[in-house]
Write a protein of this length. Structure first.
Ligand code: 13P
Length: 253
């Protein structure tokens, strides 16, 4: 049995004061987190340090939304794996479609980040997903294959079991139009098959595959009850304590 993992990707939302308010709202309800459900908060970099202080000793984990693959140096505007760890992060989102599309992140850069995250002791949440145009052209599996192969190049079997894969169809992100449980399960099964081919079936059975894209309290239960969907990467609905906690609770039922 794989544990369920629910992560909130705050994206570029919430200043310092707003972050404190959201985190305190979540802490108030953290006693309701079901057994066996891992909850990860990924606020913007500017709120990580205060989040660490507020979350200290509690059940919720902290993650970054991105990182650079070098340890330090002249990389203006970037954040290293070590910096994320120094403010309590144990996870980091890598290769989100917004990073790929808006900031031109390549599979090669994503691979370097994945390897650095793993060697630094962070668990990467590796995002993959097709655009609407790619889905309509019938090339979803090829796109996922190239993204996964790219991200996992030279990642050992031992290391890959610490990674989480997030299937986020680009057409479902922020659109209110989620993939159906069947559509998501098809791609999750494909991802698991690919991991089995790269590594072994035992590793494929262990790896956590989250779904992301317009996950809301109304659709979380059916998505999370679907075989092969091991959690959710939540955008818009993680910005309010109640909607995020409803999704967390749906993972336990
Ligand atoms: P939404 O839940 O807002 O569609 O965002 C999904 C996402 O991109 C999470 O990383």
């Amino acid at each position: 049995m794989r544990p369920k993992v629910i992560a909130g990707n705050w994206k570029m939302n919430k200043d310092a004061d707003e972050s404190v308010e959201l985190i305190n709202g979540l802490i108030t309800r953290s006693g309701e987190i079901p057994n066996g459900v891992t909850v990860i908060l990924c606020p913007p970099f500017t709120s990580l340090a205060i989040a660490q202080r507020l979350l200290d000793g509690g059940p919720m984990a902290l993650g970054g939304q991105n990182m650079h693959y070098e340890d330090e140096g002249a990389f203006t505007g970037e954040i290293s794996a070590g910096m994320l760890k120094s403010v309590g992060c144990t996870f980091v989102i890598i290769g989100h479609s917004e990073r790929r599309q808006i900031f031109g992140e390549t599979n090669d850069a994503i691979n370097k980040k994945v390897k650095k995250a793993l060697s630094a002791g962070l668990r990467p949440i590796i995002c993959v997903g097709e655009t609407l145009e790619e889905r309509e052209r019938g090339v979803t599996e090829q796109v996922i294959n190239v993204q996964l192969k790219g991200a996992l190049q030279d990642v050992s079997e031992n290391e890959v079991s610490r990674a989480i894969i997030a299937y986020e169809p680009v057409w479902a992100i922020g659109t209110g139009k989620n993939a159906t449980p069947e559509q998501a399960a098809d791609v999750h099964n494909y991802i698991r098959k690919i991991i089995g081919q790269f590594y072994s079936w035992a590793t494929a059975e262990r790896i956590i595959i989250q779904y992301g894209g317009s996950v809301k309290p109304e659709n979380a239960r059916s998505l999370l009850a679907t075989d092969g969907i091991d959690g959710a990467l939540v955008g818009g609905a993680c910005l309010k304590p109640d909607s995020f906690m409803e999704i967390v609770m749906a993972a336990g039922s």
